[in-house]
Design a protein around this ligand. Structure first.
Ligand code: HXC
Length: 258
């Protein structure tokens, strides 16, 4: 695939995607989101890839959906075209972990894209917000749904209703981001964490992601039962035998992803 809006690379066992519309602060359009879907399809199919990092530029992870394009839309364009969201949930169905490495602005759809990943590493320059209200609309790709789950109702209301931005320190305190990192070390640390994840057993990594995500879809008892059953099933893996044998034999485990 000849990508026009993203750069797709691999770093060892890590898939590395850079959003690449710098002149528009990585504003999201259909072409970009579709390309993201194709890149994820490729990384899903590649047995060698154990984790994916998505990043933007120093100035912006993504400043939201492309306003120039949206400005011309009728209701029918938005509804029938399912503008930028038609491929959005590909991230949700992607079974390997995805880290968003966010520097600069993550606004509107940019914040929603970061929240669609499994965890966010933020540079100390990061700014998160859902400013759609200033444009006469509202978040359309999870801002009113994923943000309250991450930071609670009060802060989600504050951000969506006032359009103010939240800096990295506040975002970490609120639980939106996993780590805050000096900007010049962001990508390095995200790739290192991704490489660590990719060094473990891929089926186990997938089971952990699936089980944590299940907690957002179920009650506690249902979720605990799901986790227990998946835990039991891990004992069918060669990698579980290897991991525990390596511990007992005081050596490093060699996982074979099976
Ligand atoms: C299209 C955008 C853009 C966007 C920035 N640009 N954001 N183009 N869509 N979302 C363009 C600008 O027009 C400008 O192009 C260039 O990027 C640089 O932006 P500036 O505004 O000059 O930079 P700065 O002064 O540093 O301000 C940065 C900013 C501001 C605070 C991020 O650009 C801004 O407020 N952007 C809009 C943020 C926003 O409202 N996002 C939500 C969108 S709605 P030129 O050609 O002039 O140099 C949304 C809904 C999602 O996301 C729904 C999902 C379905």
């Amino acid at each position: 695939m000849d990508y026009q809006n993203i750069i797709v690379e691999t770093r060892g066992k890590v898939g590395f995607i850079t959003l690449n519309r710098p002149k528009a602060l990585n504003a999201l359009n259909d072409a970009l989101v579709d390309e993201l879907g194709v890149a994820l399809d490729g990384f899903e199919a590649d047995e060698n890839i154990g984790c994916v990092v998505i990043t933007g530029s120093e100035k912006a992870f993504a400043a939201g959906a492309d306003i120039g394009m949206m400005a011309k839309f009728s209701y029918m364009d938005a509804y029938k075209g399912d503008y930028i969201t038609r491929n959005w949930e590909r991230l949700k169905t992607f079974r390997k972990p995805v880290i968003a490495a966010v520097a600069g602005f993550a606004l509107g759809g940019g914040c929603e894209l970061a929240m669609s990943c499994d965890m966010i590493f933020a540079a100390d320059t990061a700014k998160f917000g859902q400013p759609e209200v200033k444009l006469g609309t509202l978040p359309g790709a999870g801002g009113t749904q994923r943000l309250p789950r991450a930071v609670g109702k009060a802060k989600a209301m504050d951000l969506c209703l006032t359009a103010r931005m939240m800096d990295a320190a506040e975002a970490e305190k609120a639980g939106l981001v996993a780590r805050v990192i000096p900007a010049d070390k962001l990508v390095e640390e995200a790739l290192a964490a991704a490489a660590t994840i990719a060094s473990y057993s891929l089926p186990v990594i997938m089971m952990i992601k699936e089980s944590i995500n299940r907690s957002f879809e179920s009650g506690l008892n249902e979720g605990l039962l799901f986790e227990r059953r998946v835990f039991h099933s891990s004992f069918a893996l060669d990698d579980q035998k290897e991991g525990m044998a390596a511990f007992v034999e005081k050596r490093k485990a060699e996982f074979k992803n099976q």
